[in-house]
Design a protein around this ligand. Structure first.
Ligand code: GLN
Length: 476
């Protein structure tokens, strides 16, 4: 097996007589060898081999009916998996075993996938470097002194290192796309509502989406095919059919980019952008232009407010979502408390890490009476202006391009004492969650330190097929 086999390649091996148990055993062996350094997995699924052995008997029939037959997958550890602990990389959840499986994961299982394990993340998906994990930082497989990005850093590192062919991540402000960029893989955040959030542990409910991390646009399309669609367990999942020409996201891959209008917003190519990132993004634009795409200038004038708006809205929603961790219903409870309120206080004091506490305090403050209008409500108004920026820009173009992150990957420890510097790195990704649009990060070269750089393409609502098509053309 190659280092980074695609789904089609693994299916090819099955057609030639290899068994799912052999493939899964090989991935488990890779995890055993490399995970002690990378720390990409928090939990390895020790039933994976037994599940693969069951699949051995039916693999030849399954290849015809199940799109992910015998495909090993890695799942970010904030997606609920029945019978497999789900930690959110937080001490407060301990060895919590969810009583049900997230819809996105269940869909993969129904399509024939086998879970290899649960991947590391920043605690409750709060961070940009995977350093905020109670289970220790994840290391970038390209250079272990560097961060893999966050918060789906474990999923991105696992896919890049060949510990899993594909993985699921979640993206509230960039957590699929930025680690994809830092690890040199493809990561897609679908349109808000395209994929059910049922069973995704909530960070900020109006921003969270689940999506794939993969080594190719084709594999991302195969996984999205399975994930997309309305779910009666998530009222915010969209009742929008996958558009005709995209009925199968794979079909969208083959189209060319001739005449495609790519919007380039100068606001995203100015101050703070690392020269090497700029050069690589411009080189990918030149490549698409050579294939017949047209570059048009568009304006996103409110971009400069996006980080502030995101950190008001996301912390406000997080402070509300995280109030459920009180030592009563989930995970761990502080032992030495004498009264109920002392039990709440001590459980939260001992169970949450520093970044999560900072977010809860910021969010509670933004929502408190007397400040609500000044902060939360004002942020919601600017959010609407961001939506309007994109609506106007999309009158002139079909997709919009920006860097995924302003810099190449940074060193472990480099920004951990400076939360503001960490937050500013989210500048290009957070607007996409605030506006609900789909976006993909595609590898576009290496820095002089030989670390990956990513370019982000943003689409109109439900135009994921177009983004996958651009990603595919860029890889050629
Ligand atoms: N870096 C952003 C944050 O810290 C995004 C996190 C995410 O997408 N889950 O909130």
């Amino acid at each position: 097996m190659n280092t980074n086999p695609t789904i089609a390649e693994i299916h090819g091996l099955y057609k030639d007589g290899k068994q799912p148990s052999e493939i899964v055993a090989e991935f488990l062996q890779r995890i055993e060898q490399r995970n002690p350094q990378l720390n990409a997995f928090i939990t390895v699924n020790h039933d994976a081999l037994a599940q693969a052995e069951q699949a051995d008997a039916t693999i030849q029939q399954d290849l015809a009916s199940k799109p992910l037959a015998g495909i090993p997958v890695a799942i970010k550890d904030n997606l609920c998996t029945e019978g497999l602990r789900t930690t959110c990389a937080s001490k407060i959840l301990g060895d919590y075993q969810p009583p049900y499986t997230a819809t996105a994961v269940k869909k993969l299982l129904d399509a024939g996938a086998i879970i290899l394990g649960k991947t590391n993340l920043d605690e409750f998906a709060m961070g940009s470097s995977n350093e905020n994990s109670a289970y220790g930082p994840v290391r970038n497989p390209h250079n272990e002194a560097y961060v893999p990005g966050g918060t789906s850093g474990g999923s991105a590192a696992a896919v890049a290192a060949g510990l899993a062919p594909v993985a699921l991540g979640s993206d509230t402000g960039g957590s699929i796309r930025q680690p994809a960029s830092f690890c040199g893989v493809i990561g897609m955040k679908p349109t808000y509502g395209r994929v059910s959030r049922y069973g995704l542990v909530a960070h900020a409910s109006s921003l969270d989406q689940i999506g794939p991390l993969a080594n190719s646009a084709e594999d991302a399309a195969r996984v999205l095919n399975v994930l997309a669609g309305r779910d009666r367990y998530d009222a915010t999942s969209a009742n929008v059919d996958v558009p005709n020409y995209l009925e199968d996201y794979l079909a969208a891959l083959s189209g060319d980019v001739k005449g495609l209008r790519i919007g380039v917003p100068p606001e995203c190519f100015g101050e703070g952008l690392h020269a090497e990132v700029k050069a690589k993004v411009e080189a990918s634009l030149a490549q698409l232009k050579a294939q017949g795409a047209e570059l048009v200038e568009v304006s996103l004038p409110h971009t400069k407010y996006a980080v502030a708006v995101y950190y008001l809205i996301s912390t406000a929603e997080a402070s509300s979502n995280l109030s459920r961790y009180d030592g009563v219903r989930y995970g761990v409870r502080a032992e030495d408390a004498r009264t109920l309120s002392e039990m709440y206080r001590k459980t939260r004091e001992q169970g949450f890490g520093a970044e999560v506490k900072r977010r809860i305090m910021l969010g509670t403050f933004a929502l408190s009476s007397g400040y609500y209008d000044a902060y939360y409500e004002k942020a919601q108004r600017v959010r609407t202006m961001l939506v309007q920026d994109f609506e106007r820009a999309f009158e002139k173009c079909d997709v919009i391009v920006t860097p995924t992150a302003p810099t190449p990957p940074f060193k472990i420890g480099e920004k951990s004492d400076d939360p503001l510097a960490m937050y500013l790195g989210d500048i290009y990704t957070v607007t996409i969650n605030l506006t609900g649009l789909p976006a993909v990060s595609v590898p576009c070269g290496m820095s002089s330190e030989n670390l990956p750089i990513g370019v982000q393409f943003i689409g109109k609502p439900f135009d994921e097929g177009r983004l996958l098509q651009v990603a595919q053309r860029l890889a050629e």
